[in-house]
Design a protein around this ligand. Structure first.
Ligand code: BGC
Length: 262
């Protein structure tokens, strides 16, 4: 385990109020922190564990249990997962171990932490955080948050309300699963320049724009830190904003989901 930033806070309380522990489960790292869900601020340093390989349900659950035990937190917990999560159960596994399909992630993590854990799709979590505290704060109408990483995650909001599990990274486009061509991983794997990759993102976003006519796109994921290299190249009717919570969006959104469930 590593603490990613020096702790600057007094000892955090171990339960209660509008605080929840948020956990962001990704392909390479599992990150967590205590969050004040009224402000979207982290109340503790982020901790990070490497994602176990293979990332089976048992191995990932072990890491989640250890992270929560180390934190001393006993209140509500939220966790993101990069797949369809319907009522706590994983229903897809595009970029994760296939043994997750049909696994009740809520129940597994709840068992390992002895606290109620709410699991939701990673992009939905990032979207919740951006709509409440970030780039889409206060925006009415149809907001589409898209995260570009190993896959493409999508979160659709109508007047601030989430429509969960939209999975728009998997629309078929030009005969391909769209995320195979336009995710950030395609840029890396095919050694594409930002200019070249931005053409693929343009094609993808124009397709989504034609299908949904959003009022706002928010683009996030690791590549959003280099947004100046590709976002200005996009030419769409829909305004495009860059995600603001960057690395913390998943943690914050997961914590928000935990509080909203209670
Ligand atoms: C998965 C989504 C996930 C996205 C981003 C896609 O391959 O199907 O559930 O949100 O990747 O991680």
């Amino acid at each position: 385990m590593t603490a990613e930033t020096a702790p600057a806070e007094p000892a955090a309380p171990t339960s209660g109020g509008d605080r929840a522990f948020g956990i962001d489960i990704g392909g390479s790292g599992i990150k967590g922190a205590l969050v004040d869900t009224t402000t979207g601020k982290l109340l503790t340093s982020r901790v990070r564990f490497d994602t176990p390989q293979p990332a089976t349900p048992a191995a990932v659950t072990g890491v989640v249990g250890r992270m929560v035990a180390d934190s001393g937190w006993t209140g509500p917990i939220g966790a993101t997962f990069p797949a369809i999560i319907s009522h706590g159960v994983a229903r897809s596994a595009a970029n994760v171990d296939h043994s997750w399909i049909g696994t009740d992630a809520d129940a597994l993590f709840t068992g390992a932490t002895h606290a109620q854990v709410t699991v939701l799709n990673d992009a939905d979590a990032a979207g919740l955080a951006e709509v409440r505290f970030g780039a889409a704060r206060g925006v009415k109408g149809v907001v589409m948050v898209l995260t570009f990483g190993t896959g493409i995650g999508s979160a659709l909001f109508i007047d601030g309300a989430l429509v969960p599990n939209t999975e728009l990274g998997h629309v078929e486009l030009d005969g391909h699963d769209a995320e195979d061509k336009a995710a950030a991983s395609a840029k890396d794997n095919e050694h594409l320049s930002y200019k070249h990759w931005a053409k693929r993102v343009q094609r993808y976003l124009s397709h989504i724009e034609a299908l949904f006519t959003p009022d706002l796109f928010v683009v996030g994921g690791g590549v959003s830190k280099d947004s100046a290299k590709w976002v200005p190249l996009l030419d769409l009717r829909t305004p495009v904003k860059v995600a603001e919570l960057l690395n913390n969006a998943g943690i914050v959104g997961a914590a928000m989901a935990a509080i909203e469930r209670n």
